[in-house]
Design a protein around this ligand. Structure first.
Ligand code: HEM
Length: 496
């Protein structure tokens, strides 16, 4: 940014002038105000509660009637402006205008700086512009629907995935039987994490790591590295000395070494032509692929664990829905695309889970130049160069104006897979009603179909064997790289 542009912005910020123009404009969030949930930016004392930081932007907006109700901005003199939106039409417009063409939005790298330091800056997740395009062409086709859902390929994966899940559930079942108790109290999230990593490392990347080693070595290493990525994003310069003083440095080094070994294992499948690698046609060196493999391992583990943990967490509080899913899956042995499509309730549970509790709760973007966006209904908004744009999917999906009783028949805050029946009756499909659970537009999630297959399989196979009941009537969300149920999906488990 030139000195002239910076000075203009600084003076405008001092005057308190609104930087946005157009058919509608966001309203300003004060930097300080008594009684709010948090300050409207991350710092050392609130970074572990990002959802509260986002709450701050929409705090006390119920009575607003204009576009400021769903579109807010923060302007701190000398810093880039921050626009936070929870309006689906605006989220869609920004996601559609993200990419590598001149003037398009970048993915904002500020909230993922810690991820980039741990995984590499040239990954598909972190890169922008021509480098992102190259990475996309290199890595994304292997995950595409047309590739994974080819009948032969699909059956191969489905079979190995299903065997892995069945083996783990069998162990859980045997534990339950051996205990002699009708009911076992258990946190499901740790179990889900190992199964998700096992599918990814062994079934997908062709590794052959034992369950015990995944559980005792690699899952703790990855969880430690992911936790570090979140801290490192906020407190990079403070972190290094603090880690040495508190002795965290040694345990972090061990965890990072574990992460690297796992990346080596995933890449070794390529040399031996195993798993997904048989579909991967490229002469890129392993070194050129490393950062993407790290992102796939850590990112996919986070996202699929979040998704499956939330789905089972919601089902554990909705016994009638759980029974309906059971009726659908009790005769399903093979999760091929046809069977999955027929499991209507299971599909709606997955859709509703991603709506109410999206794994990725905000999508960060940044303008590269002064930019006009246009929503599908023709409204235009001017966003200045280098504005951080936070697409607040969490609050968009919980907003009564977009998902509430008037439109769907159910409160926006409720887990109600039935709302998707209302949409079906209205002739609207999930494609028209976007919850952005996998993003949207050019930077949509390349792992969508792999993730859906894995999570559908885990949830379906679980409900077929067990009935689970939540221990607590409700749970908060814990948010880091992704959201998870704060109670670890603590349930009482019974065999069906
Ligand atoms: C099933 C659970 C998953 C969920 C809910 C999920 C969600 C998302 C979302 C919302 C985005 C868009 C981020 C943005 O627009 O800023 C995204 C991007 C991405 N996801 Fe996923 N994901 C899942 C599984 C996976 C898997 C299994 C992989 C790979 C093995 C993966 C790899 C990626 C990558 C590399 C990107 C960045 C794509 C780009 O920028 O072009 N995800 N994911």
């Amino acid at each position: 940014m030139s000195l002239q542009t910076w000075s203009r912005r600084f003076l405008r910020q001092l005057r308190g002038a609104n930087p946005f123009q157009g058919d509608w404009t966001p309203t300003r969030v004060p930097l300080f105000r008594f009684g709010r949930p948090s300050l409207p930016f991350p710092h050392l004392w609130n970074y572990r509660e990002p959802l509260r930081i986002l709450d701050t932007f929409f705090w006390a907006t119920e009575r607003e009637t204009g576009s400021g109700k769903h579109n807010r901005y923060l302007a701190v003199p000398g810093q880039p402006d921050v626009l936070v939106t929870r309006e689906p039409a605006v989220i869609r417009a920004v996601l559609s205008a993200t990419g590598d063409k001149p003037g398009q939005f970048d993915r904002d790298t500020a909230p993922t700086a810690g991820i980039a330091r741990a995984t590499g800056e040239d990954s598909l997740l972190y890169a922008n512009g021509p480098l992102w395009r190259r990475q996309k062409q290199l890595a994304a086709p292997a995950f595409s629907r047309s590739n994974l859902f080819q009948p032969e390929k699909f059956h191969e994966f489905e079979q190995t995935f299903r065997k892995t899940v069945a083996k783990r559930l069998e162990l859980l079942r045997a534990r339950q039987l051996a205990s002699g108790q009708r009911v076992t109290r258990i946190e499901l999230e740790p179990e889900i994490t190992v199964v998700m990593l096992e599918m990814l490392v062994n079934n997908f990347f062709g590794g052959s790591v034992s369950y015990e080693e995944l559980r005792d070595r690699f899952v703790p290493a990855l969880v430690r590295c992911i936790d570090h990525m979140v801290r490192d994003t906020i407190a990079h310069s403070l972190r290094a000395p603090l880690d040495i003083i508190t002795g965290r440095k040694r345990s972090l080094n061990r965890a990072q070494a574990g992460f690297e070994s796992l990346t080596d294992i995933a890449l070794a499948g390529r040399t031996n032509g195993l798993g997904l690698w048989t579909e991967f046609k490229s002469d890129a060196t392993n070194d050129a692929l490393r950062s993407n493999i790290r992102v796939f391992l850590a990112g996919a583990l986070e996202a699929t664990t979040s998704f499956a943990s939330w789905a089972l967490s919601h089902l554990s509080r909705a016994p009638h829905v759980q029974d309906r899913v059971y009726e659908e899956v009790k005769t399903i042995d093979v999760y091929d695309p046809e069977n999955l499509e027929q499991a209507v309730t299971l599909n709606r549970v997955l859709e509703e889970t991603l709506r109410l509790t999206p794994a990725l709760y905000f999508l960060p973007r940044r303008t590269t130049v002064d930019t006009w966006i246009e929503t599908a209904d023709g409204r235009k908004l001017f966003i200045p160069e280098r504005t951080h744009v936070v697409l607040d999917v969490w609050h968009a999906n919980r907003c009564e104006d977009f998902w509430g009783r008037a439109l769907t028949g159910y409160s926006a805050e409720a887990f109600a897979p039935e709302r998707w029946d209302t949409f079906a009756q209205q002739g609207r499909s999930a494609k028209d009603i976007l919850h952005f659970g996998f993003g949207y537009g050019p930077r949509v999630c390349p792992g969508k179909y792999l993730g859906l297959l894995e999570v559908g399989l885990v949830v379906g196979a679980f409900v077929k064997i067990f009935r689970c009941t939540a221990v607590h009537a409700a749970t908060r969300a814990r948010a880091g790289v992704s959201t998870k149920p704060a109670d670890g999906t603590l349930v009482d488990l019974e065999l069906r």
